[in-house]
Design a protein around this ligand. Structure first.
Ligand code: NAD
Length: 499
C-alpha cells in the first residue's frame, strides 16, 4: 500500500474525467452546466463536473435504446458478454488504485477501505455477474403431449441505475454488472456527491469492448437528471439505491410515466441484539463498534440500534466504549486512518441535529457528539454513543447515516425481538448468541432481509442483499439480481400444428 505522501502525489497528478459519457464518448452537459464536487477532508473543490439535464437524458436514453435494439449487446451470446465483462473486471482491477483514490477524494472514505474493500468488491461483482450469465438455463414447463412450453429469460431494455455516494463504485456495480450481463443497456447516474469514479469507469467499459451506447454515465443532481430518467417513457427499469424518501418519489414517477419496473434498495435502521449467552463478548463489542463506526457510519446496514441483555449490560458497555475509542478521525489519504470525514457539510449538520435531538429527548450521551476537524479542516464527527434510549426517540426511529449508536437493553427474548422489529425499516439484523435454538428463532422472528448470527454484514456474491418494509424491495447480488434485469418470456408451442 502506498504511504500518505505517495497517495497525495498521486491525487495531485490525477487527470479527472468530468464530462458525461454518452454513446461511447465524453461530452459536456448540453447546456454547459456544471456542479462542483468537494473533498470533504479538505473542503476544497476537486472539479467542476457536468451537471446533466433533460437534453442529456434524451441523448443517453436514445443511445441506450439504439444499442439495445441493434442487438450489438443484447443479442450477443451470454458467453460473449461474459468475455467482455471479464475483461472489464480486469481493467477495473488494474486501475484499482486510481478508482479507489477517486472515491476517497470525492466522499472521504479512508483509502485503506476504498482500496481494501470497495474496489475488490466491485471487481468481484463484475466477475461474478459475468461468470454466472452463461450458466443460467431456461425452463420447460410441465405440459401434456399436445404442447411444449418454454420459459426463457430475456434482457428488458434500458436500465437506469441511480446510486448513492457511500460506496460509489461498489453500489454502482451491484446494478450495472448484472444488468449488463443480462444483456441490457445501462445509464448510470452516480450521486452528485461522488461522480468521479463512475465517469472514469465508463471509458474502461468501452476499452473492454462494451459497445457504444450500452454503458452511459450521466452525472448531475437527483431532482434534474435523476428525475428525468425516472419519468422517461423509454426507460424500462429503474434500479435504485438511496434513501427511503427518494425511493418513494421514484415509485410515483414510475406511476406517472410508463410503469417502469422500480427496484429499491433504500434506508435502514438495523438492530443488533446481544444475548447474555453470547460466547465472545469481546468479538461482539468489536463487531458492534465496527458496524456503526466504519465508513463513518454511512452504511445502509449499519447496526445503529443496539439491544443488550440486562445481565451483561455493564461488562458489554465497557468493552464497547474501548472499541469505539479505536475509531479516530484522520486524513483519509493516510493508510492508517480508519475514520474519515462525513460526505459534506450538509450531512454533518444533519447528523449533528440528530445528536442534539437525542440529548433533548433524554438519551444519555456516553461519548462523542461534537464535530471535529483534522488539521483544521473537514466534516468530521467522532464515534457517538447514546445510552438509555427509548423506542419513541428520533435517534432510534430515523436513519441518521452517521457514526451515532443508540443503545437500549432488554430482559427476555420476546422483548428483544419486539424492540428490534419496532421500526419502519427492515434491512439487516445482527444476533449474538451461543444457542442454536435462539439463533434460528430470532432469525425467523426478525423483520429483516438479512440476519447475521454472531457477526455483521456476512455474505458474498452468491448471497442476496436487500430489505423488507421501507428498506425496499428486490435483491442485489446473487442470481436473484437477475430478476431485476430480465423478463420471463413464455412460449407455448401447440405441437399438433407442426410438421
Ligand atoms: P439519496 O436518496 O439522497 O440519493 C440517492 C441517489 O438518488 C443519488 O444519485 C441522488 O442524486 C438521486 N436522487 C435524489 N433525488 C432524486 C429524485 N427526485 N429523482 C431521482 N433521483 C434522485 O441517498 P444518498 O444520500 O445518496 O445515500 C444515502 C442513502 O442510501 C441512505 O438512506 C442509505 O441507507 C441508502 N443506501 C441503501 C443501501 C441498500 O442497499 N439498501 C445501500 C447504500 C445506501
Amino acid at each position: 500500500m502506498k504511504n500518505y505522501n505517495e497517495w497525495s502525489q498521486m491525487a495531485a497528478a490525477l487527470s479527472l474525467k468530468t464530462q458525461a459519457y454518452i454513446d461511447g464518448g465524453y461530452r459536456p452537459a448540453a447546456d454547459g452546466a456544471t456542479l462542483d464536487t468537494i473533498n470533504p477532508a479538505t473542503e476544497q473543490v476537486i472539479a467542476a463536473v457536468a451537471s446533466c439535464g433533460d437534453i442529456d437524458v434524451e441523448l443517453a436514453v436514445s443511445a441506450a435504446r439504439r444499442s439495445f435494439t441493434s442487438g450489438c449487446w443484447s443479442q450477443r451470446t451470454p458467453a460473449d458478454r461474459k468475455r467482455v465483462l471479464l475483461c472489464f473486471a480486469d481493467l477495473v482491477e488494474h486501475h484499482s488504485e486510481e478508482l479507489a483514490l477517486l472515491d476517497t477524494l470525492d466522499m472521504g472514505k479512508p483509502i485503506a477501505d476504498s482500496l481494501g474493500f470497495d474496489l475488490p468488491s466491485t471487481v468481484e461483482t463484475i466477475r461474478w455477474s459475468a461468470e454466472s450469465i452463461d450458466k443460467v438455463y431456461g425452463e420447460i414447463a410441465p405440459t401434456g403431449d399436445e404442447a411444449l412450453a418454454l420459459i426463457q429469460r430475456e434482457p428488458i431494455g434500458v436500465v437506469a441505475a441511480i446510486v448513492p455516494w457511500n460506496y460509489p463504485l461498489m453500489m454502482a456495480s451491484w446494478k450495472f454488472a448484472p444488468a449488463l450481463a443480462a444483456g441490457n443497456s445501462v445509464i448510470l447516474k452516480p450521486s452528485e456527491k461522488s461522480p468521479l469514479s463512475a465517469l472514469r469507469l465508463a471509458e474502461l467499459a468501452t476499452e473492454a469492448g462494451v459497445p457504444d451506447g450500452v454503458f452511459n454515465v450521466l452525472p448531475g443532481y437527483g431532482h434534474t437528471v435523476g428525475k428525468a430518467l425516472a419519468l422517461h417513457l423509454d426507460v424500462d427499469v429503474l434500479a435504485f439505491t438511496g434513501s427511503t424518501a427518494v425511493a418513494g418519489q421514484l415509485m410515483q414517477y414510475a406511476g406517472q410515466s410508463n410503469l417502469k419496473r422500480v427496484w429499491l434498495e433504500a434506508g435502514g435502521k438495523s438492530p443488533c441484539i446481544i444475548f447474555a449467552d453470547c460466547k465472545d463478548l469481546e468479538a461482539a463489542a468489536a463487531t458492534s463498534a465496527y458496524a456503526i463506526f466504519s465508513n463513518q457510519g454511512e452504511v445502509c446496514i449499519a447496526t445503529s440500534r443496539l439491544y443488550v441483555e440486562e445481565s451483561i449490560r455493564e461488562p458489554f458497555m465497557k468493552l464497547l466504549l474501548q472499541e469505539a475509542a479505536k475509531f479516530v478521525p484522520g486524513d483519509p489519504l493516510d493508510p492508517a486512518t480508519n475514520m474519515g470525514p462525513l460526505v459534506d457539510r450538509q450531512q454533518l449538520d444533519r447528523v449533528c441535529a440528530y445528536v442534539a435531538s437525542g440529548a433533548e429527548e433524554g438519551a444519555r450521551l456516553l461519548v462523542g457528539g461534537e464535530p471535529t476537524s483534522v488539521q483544521g479542516k473537514g466534516y468530521y464527527l467522532s464515534p457517538t454513543i447514546f445510552d438509555q434510549t427509548h423506542e419513541t426517540m428520533k435517534v432510534v426511529r430515523e436513519e441518521i447515516f452517521g457514526p451515532v449508536l443508540a443503545v437500549d437493553s432488554f430482559s427476555c427474548w420476546q422483548e428483544a425481538i419486539d424492540k428490534a422489529n419496532n421500526s419502519d425499516f427492515g434491512l439487516g439484523a445482527s444476533v449474538w448468541t451461543s444457542s442454536l435454538n435462539k439463533a434460528h428463532r430470532s432469525s425467523r422472528a426478525l423483520e429483516a432481509g438479512m440476519v447475521w448470527v454472531n457477526g455483521w454484514a456476512g455474505g458474498n456474491s452468491s448471497t442476496p442483499f436487500g430489505g423488507v418494509k421501507q428498506s425496499g424491495n428486490g435483491r442485489d447480488k446473487s442470481l436473484h439480481a437477475l430478476d431485476k434485469f430480465s423478463e420471463l418470456k413464455m412460449t407455448w408451442i401447440a405441437l399438433d400444428g407442426l410438421d
